[in-house]
Design a protein around this ligand. Structure first.
Ligand code: 5AD
Length: 362
């Protein structure tokens, strides 16, 4: 235990240290998780910020080998919310004091899509009297597109790197221009340049992934100096190419535990960023998101997509809450967050403290 305590005192954890911490068991594991909880309270307090999640469409041009809404999956029923449905979800978030929303979508790169998002952003800003914060998660785009969306009112953007290891990245994606890791990295750079608070993240427990990859993922996020992170366990989907490696995967409980440790360690090495407690956690453990709030996460993304579409946005199987409507989820949030020992920060944007600090230093 002393070894773990000594490691946690270090100010610049190295890859080997992180590997040791990711492998911590029993008492050692608890020491790590407790330290992360302390650092969270010190740096970002006990407020949990809400982002009402609107899954705009599952129509996607990409063919990522892990994802249930990949282009080649003909079994997925494709949908596209109407503008009216998106605006109603925005109105719902505003009236229920969410403070912010996230618009997430399958990836499309064309002018119609760009313009649609641009107009929706302006309309949501208008209907909420500029009070709703908006995060986008709509994939890789040209710089001009990122700028248009920023000018229309989005101020945070999530684009996961999925893994920071190039070889692994190439095993998870087709090898063509549409799925290049360099492009993903470039997009993250362009987002920063366009003025966004930038979030990224990885999947944990992927086929071919080892503990060293995960340690390097954490150091990658530190090096990129990200403002926000959303990372979660990989959950196999039977209609995807990676499903064939199911037998090589860690048990779900271990993927969950690794995710907890990854979040705890990220909180320790980047104390003032925003970290989301992701939905995939809840697919494994009913109170998974709450457990992760206790060890470092400070953002929750309740799904406010109209209920009838929820089943179709299946990135992975066994997605939670797909049979509930938004109101049902909302009634649980307050209790769930209190259960984790925190408080919901209603009607607040909850911007990344890390971003604000960087801006004031510039
Ligand atoms: N398991 C877990 N997460 C997944 N995602 C896509 N497919 C899966 C899966 N099978 C995540 C990716 C993507 C985000 C929108 O969903 O990390 O960036």
């Amino acid at each position: 235990m002393q070894k773990i305590k000594d490691l946690l005192k270090k100010t610049d954890l190295q890859k080997e240290d992180i590997i040791t911490l990711l492998q911590a068991k029993e008492e050692d594991r608890l020491v790590l998780l407790q330290q992360a909880a302390i650092i969270k309270k010190q740096h970002v307090g006990n407020k949990v910020y809400l982002r009402g999640l609107i899954e705009l469409s599952n129509i996607c041009e990409k063919d990522c080998y892990y994802c249930g809404i990949r282009k080649s999956n003909t079994k997925t029923l494709r949908y596209n919310l109407t503008d009216k449905e998106v605006l109603e979800a925005g109105q719902f978030a505003y009236e229920n004091n969410y403070g912010s929303i996230v618009i997430q979508s399958g990836e499309l790169q064309n002018e119609n899509f760009t313009k649609r998002i641009e107009q929706l952003l302006k309309q949501i800003k208008r209907l909420s009297d500029d009070k709703l914060g908006i995060t986008l998660s709509c994939g890789e785009q040209e710089e001009s597109v990122y700028k248009r969306w920023f000018d229309a009112g989005a101020h945070r953007y999530l684009l996961r790197i999925e893994t920071s290891n190039k070889k692994l990245y190439e095993k998870l994606h087709p090898t063509n221009n549409l799925h290049s890791m360099d492009k993903r990295l470039k997009s993250l750079e362009l987002l920063r340049k366009s003025g966004y608070q930038v979030g990224t993240g990885v999947m944990i427990g992927l086929p071919f992934q080892n503990i060293e990859h995960l340690a390097k993922d954490l150091l990658f996020m530190k090096k990129l100096d990200i403002d926000m992170c959303g990372m979660g366990p990989y959950i196999e989907h039977s209609d995807t190419p990676l499903f064939q490696y199911k037998k090589t995967l860690l048990p779900l409980s271990e993927r969950f535990d690794l995710t907890m440790k990854m979040i705890a360690l990220l909180r320790i090495i980047m104390p003032d960023i925003n970290i989301a407690s992701t939905t995939a956690l809840q697919a494994i453990d009913k109170v998974g998101r709450e457990k992760v709030i206790q060890v470092g996460a400070n953002v929750l993304m309740p799904n406010i997509t109209p209920g009838k579409y929820r089943d179709s946005y299946s990135l992975y199987e066994n997605k939670p809450c797909t049979d509930e409507n938004a109101e049902d989820s909302m009634s649980c949030i307050d209790i769930r967050v209190k259960l984790a020992g925190d408080e919901v920060a209603y009607s607040e944007w909850g911007d990344s403290k890390h971003f604000k600090k960087r801006q004031s230093n510039d």
